[in-house]
Ligand binder design. Structure first.
Ligand code: ADP
Ligand code: SR1
Ligand code: MG
Length: 419
């Protein structure tokens, strides 16, 4: 059977596809009798098949021309698979320990074959809901973020290479427009897609739509998201895009990748950890009040930024005499001026990250796509209380982010309202 034009695959036709595709059949050892194929896609957009045989395994991800969690009424380009495969390859080269290998990409079929992250890998968000600690998470994620962001920025590249890559990823405009709508616009206006835990949060959602100071701040962030080609960002780095075990951390699902502000990635990750923190009271039980776990989340938030900061600056110092166009070595040629430049850069990046993180928190409570951290809290009133505390914190953080001088101060502020 030839696959010369696009068609959606199912468990049966996928076997034919694998047979006709050497880069996939080789991963399962050309044995078809004992294959187990299961569609597991629990993400919002795509279809994901796990293919396991006795001699090997592979994950096959296919984009259909619409948003899965909404349905065919919201069309979405399947070209997103091209940008996902390209970002996986670029980021995979920069950080092979934390990005799954791409074995195969078929643009016509909008299909990616990649390494199967086998059991006990689970989605980090699920681990956070279950109250599991991951001792290497901050080391691994600070490696991933510092390397992918530094090496795709003008701190490392010249403008010829940078603009070529920016141009290519400008093609991912439809996915960027989705983010513009669901993160930066819809939560602040009436939209058919918005939802919240009603009736408990009716007044809270209305207050978001009527908060002028909040709207001014989110406009600045939206403009930065649309205009600032700072680095090749993942574009959707929430805790559902990370798979973990006790000693492995793997970042999946960069279909929203484009050249955007670094703080959007860092903020997505930190903001989702803060959501996980505020959800903990809803998961508390008599035998586990989750107090110690909440402290672990806060320590992790602090470590992630501090380690990221340290590793990013180390890369900068290591490559300060390289081709990076932003701070040319014959201008920023003494330790004092370089230190001032770096301090300013990292302070701005922290404030960007806090702003984007806060915007991501708000959209998950009053926008279209919610998070399992809260959705899995069965008692609706308890859920609404957790969501309201997170929403209030997100609003404060968005408006006051420039007052925070360190991540330690942010953690103290979370402790004050959430302990
Ligand atoms: P979407 O683009 O729809 O958000 P994801 O890339 O997040 O899809 O994948 C959906 C789910 O499929 C993940 O939550 C995870 O359970 C599973 N999955 C995706 N990629 C892999 C992989 N490489 N190995 C194992 N499971 C995976
Ligand atoms: C309809 S919005 C779906 C959301 O899911 C993805 O993971 C992105 O976060 C997107 O905003
Ligand atoms: Mg996803």
């Amino acid at each position: 059977m030839a696959f010369t034009e696009f068609r959606p695959l199912n468990e049966k036709s996928l076997i034919e596809y694998i047979k006709a595709t050497p880069s996939l059949s080789s991963t399962i050892g050309d044995k078809y009798e004992d294959l187990v194929i299961k569609e597991v896609g629990d993400g919002n957009l795509n279809f994901v098949f796990i293919v396991v045989g006795t001699s090997g395994s592979v994950v096959v991800k296919q984009a259909l021309p619409y948003i899965r969690c909404i349905g065919e009424s919201w069309p979405m380009t399947k070209e997103r698979a091209y940008f996902e495969a390209t970002a996986l390859r670029v980021h995979g080269k920069l950080c092979p320990d934390h990005v799954p290998e791409v074995y195969h990409f078929d643009r016509t079929m909008a299909l990616i074959g990649m390494r199967y992250l086998a059991h006990p890998h689970i989605i980090l968000r699920k681990g956070l809901i279950a109250g599991v600690e991951y001792p290497l998470l901050s080391e691994h994620m600070s490696d991933y973020m510092s390397r992918t962001l530094f090496f795709t920025s003008l701190l490392y590249n010249n403008t010829t290479e940078h603009k070529r890559a920016v141009t290519e990823f400008c093609g991912n405009v439809e996915l960027c427009r989705l983010t513009e709508q669901v993160v930066f616009s819809d939560p602040y206006r009436i939209s058919q897609y918005n939802r919240w835990t009603s009736p408990y949060l009716d007044d809270d959602a209305k207050a978001v739509r009527e908060d002028s100071a909040l709207k001014l701040e989110v406009a600045d962030l939206k403009s930065m998201f649309c205009e600032r080609a700072q680095a090749l960002i993942h574009g959707d780095l929430h805790t559902g895009s990370i798979m973990v075990t006790q000693d492995s951390t793997q970042v999946i699902d960069p279909e929203f990748a484009f050249y955007g502000p670094m703080g959007f990635d860092i903020g997505a990750f930190l903001g989702n950890l803060i959501l996980a923190f505020f959800a903990q009271d809803g998961h508390a039980e008599q035998k586990n009040d989750r107090k110690a776990y909440k402290e672990w989340i806060l320590r992790t938030i602090e470590q992630i930024w501090n380690l990221f900061n340290k590793k990013f600056i180390a890369l900068w110092n290591q490559h300060k005499d390289g081709p990076g166009e932003a701070y040319l070595r014959d201008i920023y040629n003494n330790a004092e001026v370089l230190q001032i430049v770096q301090e300013n850069y990292m302070r701005n990046l922290l404030h960007d990250s806090l702003g984007f993180g806060a915007a991501k928190m708000i959209r998950r409570i009053v926008g279209v796509a919610h998070v399992e951290d809260f959705e899995s809290i069965k008692d609706v009133e308890t859920r609404a209380n957790c969501e309201r505390r997170a929403l209030d914190f997100g609003k404060m953080l968005l408006k006051e982010r420039r007052k925070f001088k360190s991540i330690g101060e942010v953690v103290s502020a979370i402790q004050q309202v959430g302990s």
